[in-house]
Structure formats: C-alpha cells, structure tokens
Ligand binder design. Structure first.
Ligand SMILES: Cc1cc2nc3c(=O)[nH]c(=O)nc-3n(C[C@H](O)[C@H](O)[C@H](O)COP(=O)(O)OP(=O)(O)OC[C@H]3O[C@@H](n4cnc5c(N)ncnc54)[C@H](O)[C@@H]3O)c2cc1C
Length: 538
C-alpha cells in the first residue's frame, strides 16, 4: 500500500530547511530570546490505543475490498490520525495519536464505497473520508460519536481522469487525485484546472470539492465551487448525482449541499469541472504599494474597474509586516530592493504579487491595464524577479513552518473574507486581538482572492509556544479572534472550511434555521450518523 499523506509529524519527510540567520536574529529580537529546540517524539514512541474494529466488520470489509485494502497497521493508523493544523501537529509531535481511526480502508470505486457505507451502518462504524490529509480545521481526527469504531476511508485509489469534453471544456475527475496528478492528466491533453492551493502537492480533488477550496490563482480561475458543474456523492442512503449543463433554474442549487459538505453527508467520488487550455503565456511580477491603505484601494480597483476576465489571475497584497519578512528572507537582491523602495517613500510599503496567464496578446493587454491602475495609486513596478521567486517557492512555505515548530514556536494561520468596506477595520481588529491574547507575536497578513465586493484576509501568526499548555494557549486565542472576525463582518472561513474548529462559530453565522436545515440534510442522507461525526454540523 502506498501512503501519500504528508509526513506524520510535519509536511514533507526530512524537508526542514535551516532558518536563515537574518530571520533568526529578527525573531530573537521580537521574542527576547531564541527558544530551545523541541524535537517531535519519534514515531515508535507515539501512543496509540488498540484498534476497536469489531472482527465481524473487518471480515465484511475484507470481503468487499480485498485483504490488502483493509489495514489496522500502527503506522497507517497514526498517519491518518489528524490533519495539518497547528493543534494537530502539536498533538502528533507530543506523541498523541488519539484521533487515529481503528482501521484504514482503501476502496477502488463508487460501488465499493457504497458497500463500505452499508457495512458501516450495519456494524455501527463511523467513516472519515480521507483525501490528502491536509485539513487545517480538525476535520480528520476520528470522532466515533455514538458508533462503536471509526475507519478512515482513504480515497487514493480513485485516481483517474474519467472524461474530458474538449468542446465544452469540462473534465470529470475522480476524487482521490492529488494536485500534481490532476495537472499531469489534464496537461497531457492540453488543459489545466488552474487550482493551486498552497497544499496542492498533497491535497486531493475530492478534498477541494468537499471543503470549497480556493487556489492561489482563484481570482482569475475561480474557486473550486465556482468551477464545479456536476458532482457524484455516495451517501449512506444512496447516491446523489447533481448538476446539469452550464446553468439551471431547476430549483435551488442542490449541488452546493455536497460542495463543502466535508464528509459529513457522504463521499464525493467524482465531479465535473470547468477546465481551460494550458496558457500559452504567463507573466508574474512584483509591485510595491506605498502602504496598506493605498494597496487595498488599488486592489479594489483591480476587482471593480477591471473585473473578472481582465483583473490579474493572481492578486496578492502583503501588509507591511509580511512585506518586511519577505524582504528579510529574500537575500541580497531583496535588501537592495528594500533600500531603493525606502528612497521612493515606500519604507513601510506593501509588496504585491500579480500574475497573468492566457493568450500572449491578452496577457500583455491585461498587464498594461493593471499597471496603469497600480501606478495611479502610487505603485512601483519591481519586475519579474519577485514574481518568479514567489512562484518558485509557493508550495514550500510549510517546510519552514516545520523548522519553526522544531524551535519551539507557535505557528498558525487563519483566514476570513469580508466586504471592501469592512476590511480595514477587520484587519486592525484581528491584529489587536492576537496581540492581546498572545503577547509578543509576529502577525503577517495578506489579501488574496479578490471579488467585486470584497476580498479574503490570510493571517500568519508566530509567537512563543506555551510549553506547558500549547493547546490551551492557541484554543483561547483562536476563540477570541473568531469572535472578533464575526463581530467585524467577516466570515468564519473563506477557504479552510468548518471542520471541528469552526463548528460552533458556524452556528452564529448561519443562525438556528440554518443549523436546522443542515441537520435535516444530515438526517435524510446519514440517518444513523456514521459520516464524519463531529465535523461541520453544529
Ligand atoms: C500548508 C497548507 C496550506 C493550505 N493552503 C490552502 C489553500 O491555499 N487553499 C485552500 O483552499 N486550502 C488550503 N489548505 C487547506 C486544505 O489543503 C484544503 O482544505 C484541502 O481542500 C483539503 O484537501 P484534502 O484532499 O487534503 O482533504 P482532507 O484534508 O483529507 O479532508 C478535508 C475534509 O474533506 C473531507 N473529504 C476529503 N475528501 C472527501 C471526499 N472525496 N468526499 C467527501 N469528503 C471528503 C474530509 O472528511 C475532511 O472533512 C492548506 C492546508 C495546509 C496544511
């Protein structure tokens, strides 16, 4: 069996880059001293309760899937015990694999999944659909609810391009394909999905659909929920096959009940999505804006005055703290650029990364339109090097997170989206809340994913980990910052999904009737409550 999950206690095995000396100096200055290293507990010493899978259930799973696709192997269970949130990693690193399933199953297709769900209903076994294991909202730890055991349903064998319609420019893809597999299959036929979340290397197509994921180029290509036309989902009470044609007025868009359902209603087996021809030209470049206020106004203009189709496909604006840190990590060229920008009055400026993809003449035209707008807000072009360097390193940042965790730091991200009118105050309030809760912290924020009416905010927090109670430390801060986000008009999540971490805040966001509707859908599709208990549904 191949295990394609990220390394059990981090991102990639053995990929922990040394921290640049400048970053270490800066963090020491911020935190007063440099925390001593805290290496993770070795895999052999991780605590794992025995498997509670009833023998009868195991025999039935083996009959349905074959012996080699049903395992209670210790390492397999540990590797499926959690996602990649800070708290997941803190627990795993301390040797706690309490969220491990009792077994890992690898079905090959929708029929086998239907068999597994039937067995699980009969034997009272909870099912956690497992894509790439990159959830950052606690959605993968096995919660047995009132079931007798729990299994992880690893979807890695659902790994094929089912169909490509070159005329309509749609592709039907199996749920278990990881990002590089999706792009390799489509790219070989001249197409791209254009969906590149930072977790692209590990996350799966089905996971994207199940969490309403947004990629780094989603301003141009669209979020996954904007790209899905049709979805097939096996539930404990039967299969849903939803979505016809490019658009429909046949009642409410039920497809949206499945997109974002986080494994709590059923297992997404495949979906049909819009694809585009592989771009003939790409241009990525850096710009500097004189401050966050000017940057936000310039980005709003990109979204509202250029709009979809004309605005850059990638639009990313770092606040002054993230900009400073980016330059700090960027070496000599970056330091020289920073000196030049200070002379131009951008000493506390904001770095923007913009990217255009498509036909060469359109890329040129759109780039000129954006450049004119940015210049009118005081923007200074920095050329292609920052764009190329961002593109080169864009999936590697989690490796640095592992290094920082090894050094005893708290490192976590959070995200939201709000209307343009609410963003500046929300931005300030989030920073103040994190400072009030955590004391000395480095809070770095960027704006990405532009919409006509607003944008997302993505926040990275670095602090000193409370060694006695790291879970309590972050849980309290997260609760406070979630309250702040909601009180300033932000959504509880723009693309990380609900999972367990945002479940109670979801109730505030959708209200009592909304919760009742979700519960009714769950009662209809999963009446015995085997599907990912504890996730999504408040
Ligand atoms: C370092 C890092 C960077 C990230 N960057 C981004 C980003 O840029 N954009 C973004 O949107 N997210 C990002 N994420 C979050 C995460 O990658 C996404 O939520 C992703 O869509 C999850 O996909 P997955 O295949 O790993 O799903 P998993 O983590 O395996 O599962 C996530 C949830 O979906 C359910 N699920 C998975 N597959 C199915 C299925 N086929 N049917 C039904 N339910 C299913 C699971 O039960 C679980 O509830 C990041 C995470 C990390 C760790």
């Amino acid at each position: 069996m191949t295990d394609r999950a990220p390394s059990w206690n981090g991102w990639e095995p053995a990929a922990r880059p040394p921290l640049p000396a400048a970053a270490r100096r800066e963090l020491t200055r911020l935190f007063g001293s440099w925390p001593a290293p805290t290496p993770p507990v070795p895999l052999a010493d991780v605590t794992l309760p025995g498997s509670a899978l009833p023998d009868g259930a195991r025999r039935e799973f083996v009959a349905a899937l074959g012996e080699e696709h049903v395992t209670t192997d210790r390492t397999e269970r540990i590797r499926h015990a959690a996602g990649r949130a800070y708290l997941d990693l803190v627990r795993l690193r301390s040797g706690d694999a309490g969220g491990a399933p009792d077994a890992v199953l690898r079905p090959a297709d929708a029929e086998q999944i239907a068999d597994v769900l039937r067995i699980c209903v009969g034997r009272r076994v909870a099912v956690v659909p497992y894509g790439g294991g990159t959830s950052v909202v606690g959605a993968l730890a096995a919660d047995r609810g009132d079931q007798r055991a729990a299994v992880a349903l690893d979807l890695s064998r659902l790994d094929r391009l089912v169909a490509l319609d070159r005329v309509a420019q749609t592709a039907t893809l199996s749920a278990g394909m990881r990002g590089p597999e999706v792009e390799a299959a489509l790219g070989g036929l001249g197409f791209t999905l254009g969906h590149f979340p930072q977790s692209y290397r590990y996350a799966t197509f089905g996971g994207w659909v199940a969490t309403r994921s947004a990629g780094q180029a989603s301003t141009g290509y669209g979020r996954i929920d904007e790209l899905v036309h049709r979805v097939r989902c096996v539930t404990p009470t039967g299969e849903l096959d939803l979505g016809r044609g490019p658009a429909s007025a046949a009642g409410p868009r039920l497809i949206d009940l499945v997109v974002g359902s986080e494994g709590a209603l059923g297992v997404i087996t495949e979906a049909t999505v819009t694809v585009r021809p592989v771009p003939a030209a790409r241009r990525y470049e850096g710009w500097s804006l004189p401050g966050l206020g000017a940057g936000l106004e310039a980005f709003r203009a990109l979204a509202q005055r250029l709009g979809p189709g004309l605005a850059p496909d990638v639009c990313r604006l770092s606040d002054p703290d993230e900009t400073r840190t980016t330059f700090l990590l960027g070496g000599t060229a970056a330091r020289l650029a920073r000196g030049y920008l200070a002379v131009r009055g951008h000493g506390a400026g904001c770095l923007a990364i913009l990217g255009w993809e498509g036909e060469p003449h359109l890329v040129r035209y759109r780039r000129r339109a954006a450049a004119r707008l940015l210049e009118s807000y005081g923007g200074v072009p920095l050329g292609g090097t920052p764009g190329a360097s961002w593109r080169h390193g864009r999936f590697g940042a989690p490796n640095l997170r592992d290094t920082l965790l090894d050094h005893g730091l708290l490192v976590e991200t959070l995200e939201t989206a709000a209307d343009w009118s609410a963003l500046p105050a929300l931005y300030r309030a989030v920073r103040e809340t994190l400072r009030a809760e955590l004391g000395r912290v480095l809070v770095m924020t960027h704006v990405s994913h532009l919409y006509r009416t607003g944008a997302s905010l993505y926040v990275t927090v670095l602090g000193v980990r409370d060694r006695a109670d790291p879970v309590g430390q972050w849980t309290r801060a997260k609760r406070a910052v979630t309250t702040t986000i909601q009180s300033y008009g932000g959504t509880v999540t723009h693309h990380h999904a609900v999972g367990v971490d945002h479940r109670s805040a979801l109730a505030d966001e959708i209200g009592e009737r909304g919760v009742a509707l979700l519960r009714a859908a769950k009662a209809e599709l999963d009446p015995t409550g085997i599907m990912n208990p504890g996730t999504l549904v408040p």
